[in-house]
Structures are given as C-alpha cells and as structure tokens.
Write a protein that binds this ligand. Structure first.
Ligand code: HEM
Length: 493
C-alpha cells in the first residue's frame, strides 16, 4: 500500500503562548506549551518561535527517533550554542562534530559506574559537612544548601579542589551568567543572529582565498552573543571573569603540581592532540571545566531541593526513606551499593520525572529527515520536551501525583523507550547520569538521617524555568532535631 508522507504544515498546531509564539517568555507560558504537547494525540505537533517553525515530538517513539535512532540528522540548536558561548565556550555541552566526539571519548572513562564508586565517600562527607553546620531551630534555604553540596562534590571529585567556602561567590557568578542566558533566549535578535551565522558559514564554504578568510572571520565573530552596552552585559562579563579567574587558578596550581593525578582535570591537562602532539589549550581545558562545574552542580542541586520538598509533603514515604538512610549510615561510606538506597533512588527518580531540571532539549535538523511519518526540511527547529513526556497519561497515570513506586522494576518494564528522559537519550545523553544517580540518593540519605526539615505546609513552591527548573524562592525550611529516630513532627515541641 502506498504510504502518504505528511509535510510539516499538515501537523496539528498548538496554540501560541504569548507574542513570542508557542515557546513563550515566562515559565508559565513555557510549561503551558509543554503541557499542550503532553496532551496531544498526534505523534508530533507544530508551533513557532517568532516566525520560525518549530516541530514538537509528542509521543515517546517520536522523541526516541529524534534523540536516538535519527540523532545523526540533528545538531544541538545553534541558538543555545551562541548564548552559552561566553560561559561554556566549546565545552562538551555545546561542542559538535569531531571536537565533541574526541572530548566525550576522553571523559567517558571517568563517568562509568565502576570508576565513580570511589566518589561515594566524598559525596557522603560533603553532605555530612553541610548537615553538621546546621543546628536545630535554624532557618535555611534547602536549595542553597544543596547547591553548596553539589558544587563541592563536583569540585572535589573531578578537579581535586575544595570549593565549599567559595560556593556562594562562584554560585552567584554562575547564576548571573545563566540568568543572562535565560533573558536572551527569548530575544527577537537571536533569529537574525543565527541567520548571519548560517549564511556566512555557507558562503565561506563556497568561496576561496581572501574572501573565504574574511567570511570565516565574520562567522567566527558571530559564534559569541552580541552584547548590547548596558548593566546586564556588564554583569555577564563580571560574572564570567569571576568564574574564569578561579578556573585559571585551578589550572595553574595543577600545572605547577609535579604529582600526576588521574582525576578529570589531570586527564584533561595530560591530553595531547593525537596528530600534532600538542597539549590541549588552557582555553579548551577551561571550557570543559566550566561546563562540568555548571552542568554537574546546578541540575543535581535543583533536583535535590525538589526531592526534599516532595518528601516533606509525603511523610509516609519520608519515614521509610529515613529508615533506609539509618541502615545505610550504619554500613559505612566505603561500602556503597545502590540497592542500599533503593527507595531513596526511586524517590530521586520520581522527583526527576516531576521536575526534570532540563525540561527541553533543542535540536535543529541538518538535512531532510522523516520523524513520526512527517518529512522535516533541513534547518527545522525540533524541541524534545522531557517535561511533556513525563506528564503523558498513557505512560504515567495521574501524572501530577508523586509516587516513587512507578520506578519499581516491573512498572518500569511496561513503559516505552522515550517516556522517561531526565538525562536525555542517544549520543548526547548526560555524561554525568551515573554520577547524579549516585550523588542524589547519598546526599538525601545523609541530610535526612541527620535532621528533620520542617517546611511550612501552607507554602506552595512553584516552578521557575530559570536555566534549570528551579523552585521559585528556594525551599525555605527550619532545621529540627530528629525526635528519637522519628521524622514526624515532635509532639512535645
Ligand atoms: C540530576 C542531575 C542531572 C540532570 C537531570 C542532567 C541532565 C542532562 C541532560 C538532559 C543533558 C542533555 C541535554 C540535551 O540532550 O540537549 C545533559 C548533558 C550533560 N550533562 Fe547532565 N544532568 C545532570 C547531572 C550532571 C552531572 C553530575 C554532570 C557532570 C558531573 C553532568 C554533565 C553533563 C554534560 C557534560 C553534558 C553534555 C554531554 C554531551 O553533550 O556529550 N550532568 N545533562
């Protein structure tokens, strides 16, 4: 039978969220767009950003095609690459092609479950350091605490530095830089910027001699964002300078150090180009280190804060998690086995379902490609939404309900590939996935066995789509002593 291929214009259209199109400017508009995708019955829907057409895969199968089986036909969206240029440069998150392949190969051995086992103790010690600094009656912001913990864990595990006391300054600088990216994502200037980038690249490829060099220079100039004079641009530059200075100090210290180390920084600094035998430049090392610092702490910290919030709202689950945490602490940190924290791990996974730190993965097609029966022309923007997949009723009945048992092995086996995407999938899936899945449960267990955290039951915490899906206003809590092993409110207080 002759199968008729649909075109982009035949796709059902989701309503615009605001003047910018379906993508929207605010968290509410962006999440609303993703809830529309979750409710769609067609395998793919279409939207727009300004005048640019946008394809939005709606079923797990369509997402799997984009991310995994047809990944070769897509690149990461150039808009994101430009916006992250000043912070992450050509680091693993934003690089493409041969550079990305080489760097991913280089770093992959550090991130296998076997290689990561050595970091369990550091994860537990760092969380314990934070818990030990808290005292009953103290008001804290759990999002702030988890940021400090996650940043320190990445710093010590991957780069052999202790950033516990600098976490506030470094965290503030990274937040300022990410805040700039967040504001610029919805800028009408981004589309013409990408057009210039694409056009100069195409023209340079077709030219020769001096003209080619001129076009290449113009193209390279547009790899970074155009900063209009003003306080926001000044703040971005100052924030990037703070991060750069600290990273350069780390690199300089390590280059002076005669002891050869096998952590990630040691590996990056020892790497020589296979053909030319030259060391990786300080700039490339800097880009990788900043990328891992940002990608490795912001996401984990955000999900830990949400997990603490969800547990406070579900005391029955919390009680069982605390019992598991007590047993885990008694076993000793160097004997970590994931099964010891099986329930805590399910809680963390369910938190990542409800609040995936990265909600959308923007891609652009490199060539004509068929997705879910629709032919997409080259340079179509395609956004895969983890937030939407995690709220589809067919895969997740009553999707807004917190239920860690969704991740019991028998339940997991029922779901199609592509329905659970907190770490994305395919070649660009999160390199730190095993790191995060070890750190999350260990940190939760360590904090929860040390104290009880009281969160005002009347306070509803809402999502803020700020680089990651952060809890707006943080997660304010009061530290309480655990009453004779219980985590339920102490009736004598
Ligand atoms: C709960 C914690 C985390 C979540 C939810 C998360 C999520 C993600 C997602 C969704 C992507 C892919 C985005 C896309 O396909 O466009 C990604 C990529 C990446 N993540 Fe994570 N991440 C987490 C923790 C970490 C950690 C702990 C590290 C490092 C220590 C890390 C480093 C990276 C890097 C370097 C990439 C780029 C990989 C590449 O393109 O080859 N992440 N992460």
């Amino acid at each position: 039978m002759l199968q008729v291929m649909a075109g982009f214009d035949d796709l059902p259209r989701i309503p615009d969220a605001g003047w910018l199109g379906s993508f929207g400017r605010t968290t509410k508009e962006r999440l609303q767009m993703q809830r529309h995708i979750a409710a769609a019955s067609a395998p793919m829907v279409r939207g727009r950003i300004l005048h640019l057409p946008l394809a939005l895969p709606a079923t797990p199968e369509a997402c799997h095609e984009v991310l995994v089986t047809k990944a070769k036909s897509f690149e990461k969206s150039p808009g994101l690459r430009v916006l992250l240029h000043d912070l992450g440069g050509q680091g693993l998150f934003t690089s493409e092609g041969e550079l990305w392949r080489r760097q991913r190969r280089l770093m992959a051995p550090i991130f296998t479950p076997a290689a990561l086992a050595q970091f369990a103790a550091a994860m537990q010690t760092t969380a314990q350091r934070s818990a030990d600094a808290m005292h009953p009656g103290q008001s804290i912001d759990l999002a702030h605490e988890t940021t400090r913990i996650a940043m320190t864990v990445v710093g010590s595990a991957l780069f052999g530095v202790d950033t516990f006391d600098e976490a506030d300054a470094l965290g503030a600088a990274m937040t300022t830089a990410l805040g700039w990216v967040n504001g610029a994502i919805a800028s009408p200037a981004l589309a013409p910027h990408i057009l210039v980038l694409d056009t100069t690249r195409r023209l340079a490829a077709r030219s020769r001699g001096r003209l080619r060099r001129v076009l290449q220079r113009i193209h390279d100039g547009f790899e970074s964002p155009v900063l209009v004079p003003g306080s926001r641009s000044r703040a971005l530059r100052a924030a990037v300078a703070v991060v750069d200075q600290r990273i350069q100090e780390m690199i300089d210290e390590r280059r002076r150090d005669s002891v050869e180390r096998t952590d990630l920084l040691g590996r990056l600094l020892a790497t020589r180009d296979a053909d030319e035998g030259v060391m990786m430049t300080d700039k490339q090392v800097r880009d990788e280190v900043v990328t891992l610092f940002v990608a490795g702490h912001e996401t984990t910290a955000t999900s830990l804060a949400w997990a603490m919030y969800l547990l406070a709202r579900h005391p029955d689950v919390l009680e069982k998690v605390v019992a598991e945490a007590d047993a885990f602490a008694n076993a000793g940190p160097d004997r970590f086995e994931p099964e010891q924290l099986a329930l805590t791990t399910r809680v963390f996974r369910e938190t990542l379902r409800l609040y995936p730190p990265l909600t959308l993965f923007p891609r652009r097609s490199l060539e004509e490609v068929e997705i879910a029966g629709t032919m997409l022309p080259p340079r179509t923007l395609v956004f895969v939404s983890a937030y939407a997949q995690h709220r589809r009723v067919d895969a997740w009945p009553d999707p807004d309900r917190f239920d860690p048992d969704r991740f019991l092995p028998a339940e997991e086996a029922k779901r199609p590939k592509g329905s659970y995407l907190p770490f994305s999938a395919g070649p660009r899936f999160c390199i730190g996935m095993h790191f995060a899945m070890m750190e999350g449960p260990i940190v939760l267990a360590t904090l929860l066995r040390s104290h009880r955290f009281e969160i005002d039951p009347a306070r509803e915490i809402v999502e803020d789509d700020f680089a990651t899906l952060r809890p707006r206003g943080g997660v304010p809590a009061v530290v309480r002593a655990r009453a004779s092993g219980s985590v339920r409110p102490d009736p004598t207080r």
